[in-house]
Design a binder for this molecule. Structure first.
Ligand SMILES: [Zn+2]
Length: 439
C-alpha cells in the first residue's frame, strides 16, 4: 500500500509513510526521506550517522485532485562529520526540494510555465495556494535560465509597440493636453525560431543603435537583412558601421496601410468640400468606406460595381476613385514579390503607378508617390526577397496581451522580460517537452 502511494505521489527522494484525512477534509500525506537521501550531506555528499534532531516541514507541491494535498515531511537534522565540509549540521534535502526551499521543483516549474504561457502571476498563485512573491521568484528564476543572449540571425525585424494605454498630460507652457505614448521597439528573429530577441524603450534611432550596440560583433555581422516600417528614424539607425552586412527592406504591409490612409484622407476631405460636414451613413462615399479599403480581388463583382458606380455618380471631383486606383496600382506593384515578377514587369508596374499619381492633382496621392520614391531601394529589395514583418506584427499582439493580462506593469524592465519570455519559442518548446516528460 505504501509503495503504491509513493508511486502515486511521484516525488523522487521521499516515500509516503501514511495518508490521513483531517476533520476539515484536508488530505495529509506524511513523508519520510527515501534511503538514498537519508543522512546525505547536501554540500559534501558524505552520509552522516550522527543524528541531531527530528524536523518536520511542509513543502508546497503541485495541486493533486480537487482540494489538493498537504505534504508533511518528517526528516532529520544530522551533524556532518566530514572535517573538510563547511557545514556543521544539515537537514535532509532532495533534488526536488533543495535546502531552504519550501516548494517542490515541479511546483516551481509548473507555476513558471503557467506564467510564461501568459497567465497572470496573481491567478497562478491563487490556483496553486502559494503567495504572489513565490510565483514571481519562480518566474524570475525560469526567465534567467531561458532568456539568454540572442543567437545570430540573418534576418532581423524591427517594429514599434505602444506600452500600456495612451496617456494625456497637461503641458504647463501651452496649457493644452498633449498625448504622451510610451513606446517600445521590438527586435524579432524573422529567419529562425527565436521569436522576440529583445525590446528597448523608445522608438528613435538611438533606441535601435543602443540595442544593437549591446550585441556581439558576431551577431551584428550575421545580419544580412533588416525589415522595418517606413520610418526615417529606423532607417537612420541602420548604418554600415553598426551592421556591416545588412540591407534594409521596407515592410510592404505598412506601405499598403499608407495607401489605404491616403484613400481615407482623400475621402474625408472630399466629403468636407462637397457637404461642409463630416461623412454620414447616407453619403455614398461613407457607405463604401470599407469597400474602398478592400483589395480589388477580394471584392465581389456586385460589391465592386456598387462602389464604383455610386462614387462615379456622387463624387463629381473623381478624387476618391483616383486615390483608390493609385492604391490598387501600388498593390499590383507590391504583388510582384508574391508572383516573382521579372524586373521589366516590376519596372512597368512602377511606371504605371507613378504615371497615375502624376496624372492626378491630388496632393495626398502625390505625397504617397513621394514616399514610395523615397523608399524605393528598400521596396525593391522587398520585391526581390519577399521578406515581411508579418511575424513581428504577430508578436506585437502577444506583447499587448501580456500587458493586459498583468493589468499593467509598474516596472518596464519586468514588462520587457515577461514579454520576451512569453514570445520566446524556446520557452514554448521547453514547456512542450516538460509536459511529456515523466516526473
Ligand atoms: Zn558535509
Amino acid at each position: 500500500m505504501e509503495k503504491g502511494t509513493t508511486l502515486l505521489l511521484g516525488l523522487p527522494g521521499v516515500a509516503v509513510s501514511r495518508v490521513e484525512r483531517r476533520d476539515d477534509g484536508t488530505r495529509v500525506v506524511h513523508l519520510v526521506t527515501a534511503g538514498e537521501y537519508a543522512g546525505l550531506c547536501p554540500r559534501c555528499g558524505v552520509v552522516s550517522t550522527s543524528h541531531k534532531e527530528a524536523v518536520v516541514t511542509g513543502p508546497r507541491d503541485i495541486p493533486y485532485g480537487t482540494d489538493g494535498l498537504k505534504l508533511v515531511w518528517h526528516k532529520h537534522r544530522w551533524r556532518c562529520r566530514n572535517i573538510d565540509c563547511p557545514l556543521q549540521t544539515f537537514t535532509e534535502s532532495i533534488p526536488q526540494v533543495p535546502p531552504r526551499r519550501r516548494t517542490t521543483g515541479r511546483l516551481r516549474s509548473a507555476v513558471a510555465h503557467a506564467v510564461a504561457c501568459n497567465r497572470s502571476v496573481a491567478e497562478v498563485a491563487a490556483e496553486n495556494g502559494v503567495g504572489w512573491s513565490t510565483v514571481q521568484a519562480c518566474v524570475d528564476e525560469h526567465t534567467d535560465q531561458v532568456l539568454t543572449e540572442p543567437a545570430p540571425t540573418p534576418v532581423l525585424g524591427i517594429d514599434e509597440t505602444r506600452r500600456g494605454k495612451p496617456q494625456w498630460r497637461l503641458d504647463p507652457l501651452t496649457h493644452r493636453w498633449v498625448r504622451v505614448d510610451r513606446w517600445d521597439t521590438g527586435f524579432v528573429d524573422l529567419h529562425g525560431e527565436q521569436g522576440l530577441l529583445g525590446q528597448a524603450e523608445g522608438r528613435t534611432s538611438a533606441t535601435v543603435t543602443g540595442w544593437l550596440a549591446l550585441r556581439s560583433q558576431t551577431f551584428r555581422e550575421a545580419i544580412r537583412y533588416v525589415v522595418i516600417d517606413p520610418a526615417a528614424s529606423y532607417r537612420a539607425a541602420i548604418t554600415p558601421d553598426l551592421l556591416p552586412n545588412a540591407q534594409l527592406v521596407v515592410d510592404h504591409f505598412h506601405l499598403v496601410r499608407l495607401a489605404n490612409d491616403t484613400v481615407t484622407t482623400v475621402r474625408r476631405r472630399v466629403t468636407w468640400e462637397l457637404r461642409n460636414r463630416r461623412g454620414r451613413k447616407v453619403d455614398p462615399e461613407w457607405a463604401n468606406r470599407r469597400r474602398l479599403l478592400t483589395g480589388r480581388e477580394r471584392l465581389r463583382p456586385k460589391a465592386f460595381a456598387a462602389m464604383w458606380n455610386e462614387l462615379l455618380t456622387h463624387d463629381p471631383t473623381g478624387q476618391i476613385l483616383a486615390a483608390w486606383i493609385a492604391k490598387e496600382e501600388l498593390r499590383t506593384l507590391l504583388a510582384s514579390a508574391r508572383q516573382q515578377a521579372a524586373p521589366h514587369v516590376i519596372r512597368a508596374r512602377l511606371h504605371d503607378f507613378y504615371a497615375w499619381c502624376a496624372g492626378t492633382d491630388i496632393p495626398e496621392v502625390h505625397k504617397l508617390a513621394g514616399t514610395i520614391d523615397a523608399w524605393w531601394p528598400q521596396t525593391l529589395l522587398f520585391l526581390h526577397t519577399g521578406l515581411t514583418n508579418a511575424r513581428t506584427e504577430g508578436i506585437n499582439r502577444v506583447v499587448k496581451s501580456v500587458g493586459r493580462r498583468a493589468c499593467g506593469f509598474r516596472n518596464p524592465h519586468n514588462h520587457r522580460r515577461r514579454v520576451r519570455l512569453v514570445c520566446t519559442r524556446r520557452h514554448r518548446r521547453a514547456s512542450a517537452i516538460d509536459r511529456h516528460a515523466p516526473c
